[in-house]
Write a protein that binds this ligand. Structure first.
Ligand SMILES: Nc1ncnc2c1ncn2[C@@H]1O[C@H](COP(=O)(O)OP(=O)(O)OP(=O)(O)O)[C@@H](O)[C@H]1O
Length: 247
């Protein structure tokens, strides 16, 4: 699905800034990977490159064998601040992506209902963003991307502003969704437990420039009750150790 080879990204303002260097990894179709690392190591930069929103200065980024291109329809980018329009209801916000693409209204309504039902927010369809909780707003943002039937989800700390319980609820929802649809997913997070709960492979970055410091395979991800298993805690400790000591 994704093949990144020797990626380099330089921001060119008055002074050039090398944000990522020598980043290589692959993500097989239908798999997930979590990216974790210190603030400023280039995690968001990497996602923007994968979303085709930012040009890279070196290396290769291939999605299904093709060079990454802007506005690939099947790529969904989900950000931390939800990106909801305050003057539109939850339903209208969910249909935004389809509207921009000129999908006929019957089809649009069906796709929107399906996505909102899947995320458990259909009953809040007439609420405006200000009348929704943080978790519900994030669900609307995810539902909006689901309507476009993406095969690649890029998520930039999507749950970071939520309280611990809401966050766990949404992590479970995301896991169930992934198990059903098997879309490919790249999740950027600051949260070690989240990385181990949702990433089949965990890429630990160092900065700066951002590079991959270590890769941890986490094949048990998604197993029934994984969050409460001994192995889950061991993996979390291992990730913490690499972040703290670099080995
Ligand atoms: N438009 C820009 N111009 C110049 N430098 C930038 C620009 N955007 C980001 N940077 C720099 O690139 C580096 C990587 O930024 P990025 O936002 O990708 O990091 P991050 O790992 O996502 O950080 P955080 O975890 O704090 O969100 C940082 O040092 C940042 O200051």
């Amino acid at each position: 699905m994704l093949k990144i080879e020797d990626l380099e990204v330089t921001y060119k303002n008055k002074i050039s800034f090398l944000a990522l260097q020598g980043v290589s990894f692959t993500l097989e179709e239908g798999h997930t990977c979590a990216i974790i690392g210190p603030s400023g190591c280039g995690k968001s930069t990497l996602l923007y490159v994968l979303a085709g929103l930012l040009e890279h200065s070196g290396g290769q980024v291939l999605i299904n064998g093709e060079t990454v291109r802007p506005k690939r329809r099947e790529t969904a980018l989900i950000l931390q601040d939800y990106g909801l329009l305050p003057w539109k209801t939850a339903q209208e916000n969910t249909s935004l992506g389809l509207e921009i693409r000129g999908v006929p209204s019957e089809e649009k309504r069906a796709l929107v209902e399906e996505a909102m039902q899947e995320l458990g927010i259909w009953e809040f369809r007439d609420n405006y963003p200000a009348q929704l909780s943080g978790g519900q707003r994030q669900r609307v943002a995810i539902a909006r991307s689901l309507t476009l039937k993406p095969d690649l989800f890029l998520m930039d700390e999507p749950f970071s502003s939520l309280d611990a319980l809401t966050r766990e609820g949404l992590q479970n929802t995301l896991l169930e969704f992934w198990q059903k649809r098997r879309a490919s997913m790249v999740l950027v997070t600051h949260n070690i437990e989240e990385a181990v709960f949702l990433g089949q492979r965990i890429l630990i970055f160092s900065g700066s420039p951002g590079r991959i410091l270590h890769v941890i395979e986490n094949k048990e991800m998604g197993e029934q009750g994984y969050r409460n298993q001994q192995l889950f805690y061991q993996r979390c400790s291992r990730v913490r150790e690499v972040i703290e000591k670099g080995v």
